[in-house]
Design a protein around this ligand. Sequence first.
Ligand code: ATP
Ligand code: MG
Length: 314
Amino acid sequence: MARKSKAPEERPAKVDLDAFMKKARKFMRPYRVSKGKNFRLKDIDPGETAGLGSEAKPRSKEALQNGVQALAQLQDMLYAQDRWSVLLIFQAMDAAGKDGVIKHVMSGVNPQGCQVASFKTPSVEDLDHDFLWRCNKQLPERGRIGIFNRSYYEDVLVVKVHPEFLGSAKIPPRLIGKDIWENRYRDIRSYERYLANNGVIVRKFFLHVSRAEQKRRFLERIENPDKNWKFSASDAKERAHWKEYMKAYEEMIRETSTEDSPWYVVPADNKWFTRVVVVAAVIEALDSLDLHYPEVGADKLRELAAAKKALLAE
Ligand code: ATP
Ligand code: MG
């Protein structure tokens, strides 16, 4: 696809990235897991807000706005440069706020440079393939940010909690042994390494909501007619497996956190805090790529000058 180099005045408004990151880093770093070995889920409290009380809410909105603007600026360069792509993976229990985070964090980004894929219960066609197949098809093109709302990680989460799903996945029975999860973690690590080697930057977010806060949000969905559509009885049923899910999440994070593809375990009981942590982590990922607008060479400048002359002479 042809890409246009933009005149500087058409580019998204500039934010002081260094100043923003200086503040944002201290909120985000404690939740980054790049070595999983010693990770314990109980060390991160879903209600945590880095010591800030609800009086910080208005300031967090301002920080989010600044973050969104900075993200727009970086994404514009990512798109113009057309080399790297960014894959953001979101996993969470129901009602943890995945949809809201995606909506808010990406709100300033040019829709042309961004694509969202949601992975629900696999279709018959999906089940006719290996578990990475349906996700691999949805990887972002170079220059774009891809968002996975759930992902291949469901195959070591919901499927681990409900191993009977392996039966419907048509895997040859002799491949379903006790080492199936170990194999899947290893395959995911290799797959993400492969993506990194090909210029796809992967960042993974587990929105960590508490069981009590999930209950409160489910009740709100039931009591508020405008939110009734969001409620599903089967989501509420999964609460019975909470402990097994937390165990599966912990193991997944321990096994698949790497320097190249870290997990962020983001406290999710306070939405304002969750969003600031996520936007800061996404900006840091983009900022690490040393993005810049493509340089215009001497030939191109001559071509531009000639075209201008011809246009003005019309
Ligand atoms: P919402 O916030 O709208 O509830 P959602 O992401 O929970 O969004 P759902 O329509 O509830 O969307 O569908 C997702 C469901 O599909 C989840 O319960 C998830 O565990 C399940 N799912 C996803 N991948 C798989 C898989 N590979 N095998 C079995 N179930 C899966
Ligand atoms: Mg759901």
